[in-house]
Design a protein around this ligand. Sequence first.
Ligand code: TEU
Length: 556
Amino acid sequence: MNNFDDKVIYQIYVKSFMDSNGDGLGDIPGITGRLDYLENLGVDYLWLTPVFVSPMNDNGYDVADYYKVDPSFGTLEDLTHLIREAEKRGMGIMLDMVFNHTSTAHEWFRKALAGDPKYKDYYIFRKGRNGEPPTNWISKFGGSAWEYVPHLDEYYLHLFDRTQADLNWDNQNVRQELYDIVNYWLDKGVSGFRFDVVNLISKPEVFINDDEGDGRRFYTDGPRVHEYLKELHRETFGRTDNAITVGEMSSTSLESCVRYSNPREKELSMVFNFHHLKVDYEKGDKWSLKEFDFQELKDILNHWQEGMELHDGKMALFFNNHDQPRVVSRFGDDGRYRKESAKMLATSIHMLSGTPYIYQGEEFGMTNAYFDSIGEYRDVESINYYNILKEENLQEEEILRILQAKSRDNGRTPVLWTSEEGHGFTTAKPWIPFSKITGISAEEDLENQDSIIRYYRKLIRLRKENPVIQKGSYRIIQKNHPSLFSYLRSLGEEKVLVINNFYHEEVFFDPEETEVRNLLSQRYQILLSNYENFTLQDGKILLKPYESVVIAIEPH
Ligand code: TEU
C-alpha cells in the first residue's frame, strides 16, 4: 500500500467554494475554474464533500442516489471534466462516501417504508419498548436516535438527523451495493475516497439502553468494523495499488485507529480523529463556552503522534474542516495577530508526522462567521441545538454566543476570493451569508509579501523536499511548557526542530533546558518562520507573539 506522508490534501466544501452559474451555490464547474489556484498552492489531492443527489438536509451527507451528481452541483460530465483537468495539473480527486446512513429519500428506504422485507433489512428497524423507543440512545444532532414509523409500528435507527437512516452493514447485500458504488466511481477515474463516520457502521447484535452515556460505546469501533473495512478494501480500492483513503473516526481510540490505518491491516490509508478538537468543550459538552485548554491540546496531539508512530498507524493532520469552527478564531487570534497565528497554527500541524489537510479558506486565514441572528444559520445541527438550548431556558443572547463559537456554519461561509460584492464567489445572493469579518480575501492576501497563502506554499514545499518531515520520528520538547508547542523530527542524522508560540506574550525558548542542548553551537538553518527576523538573546531564542520557527540542525 502506498505511503502518503509526502502528500497534502485540500478539502473543498462544494456548496461554499465557487459558484459558476450565479445561483448562490457552489458547484463543480466552479472548482474546475479554480484549479490553477489550487495547483499553485501545491496540493496533491482535492477531497470534495458529497456531490451526490440529496435533499440536502445535511448538505449532501444525506445521499439519495450514490450514482448521480446532484443537479445543483452540476452533471456527471462536469465531474469527469474536473477529474481530467485536475489530473493534468497533477492533482487527484477524492470523493466523500457516506455509507453509515442514507437519506430517507433514498429508494432503498422508500421501499423499506413501503414494507418490502428485502429493503427493510437494509436498515435497522426495531420494535419499541412499552411505548418508548427501542433504546435511550441520543442522536449526534440531538434528540432520540430512533424515529417511529406509525404504519409499521416500528422505529428506525438514525445516529444523525431523522432523515439520515443508518444502514445495516450486517446485511451482505447492503455491503455489496456499497462496494459496487465505490467501484463505479473508481472506474470514473477518482483517486480515492473519504469515508464518512466509517467507524460507526458495525452495530451491536442486541440493542440495549445506555445508562452511562448516549449509546456511542455500543456502536463506536463496533464489533465487526475491521472485518467490514478489510472486505471493502479487498472488494474495491485494494485492487488498485495507488488509491488514497481516509476514514472519519468518531469518538475513537488510538488502538482502533492503528488497526484502521496500519498498512499491514489492509483497511484504510489514514484516519481522522477529533479528540484534539474537543479541548474547548466543558466536560465533553460541545454546546458550552470554554477557553481552549492548551496543555490538553498538546497532550492529545502528543499521545497520537507517539502512539501512531510506535504502531505504524497513519494520521490525517488537521485543525479545520466543514464541521469545525475556524481554527484561527478558536486557538489563534483572529484580530490583531490573525496572520501570525494562522501561520503558527499551520506550522504546528504541518510539521507533524502524517498527511496534512487544508480546508478551503484556511490558506488565507478565514475566520468564524460571527452571525448575530438565528436566521443566518443553515446547519441542521446548529438549528436543532438552538431549539434544545431554548428549551433549556438559556437566553437568546447566550445561545447566539455559543453558536458563534461552536456552529459548524463557522466553517461553511463562502470562500472569500475577492473583496468585491459577492466576493468572487457568486453574482447572486449566497445560500449562506458571508462571514461578518471584512478585509479578508485570497486576492488581498496575495497582494502582501507576508501573505498566508505563500506561507502555506512553503510549508507544502518543505514537506516535499525534506524526508525528515515526511518520515522522521517525532519527539515533544518541553511537554509542559505553558505557551510553547515544540517538537523535534529526526531521521538518521537529520533533525528539524519546530517551535510554536501559541500566545501573544513573548517567550524565550532556552535550548539549554531541553533535549536540544547544544543546538545553537551546532550548524543550523532556519527553514521557515512567520516573522522576518529570528531573535537570539543570551543564547536563547525569543519567540514573538504567535511566532513559529522551523530549524534544521545540520549533521556534524
Ligand atoms: O460528521 C460526523 C460527526 O460526528 C461530526 O463531525 C459532527 O458533525 C459533529 O461532531 C457534531 O458536533 C460527518 C460529516 O463530516 C458531517 O458533516 C455530517 O453531518 C455527519 O457525518 C453525518 O453524515
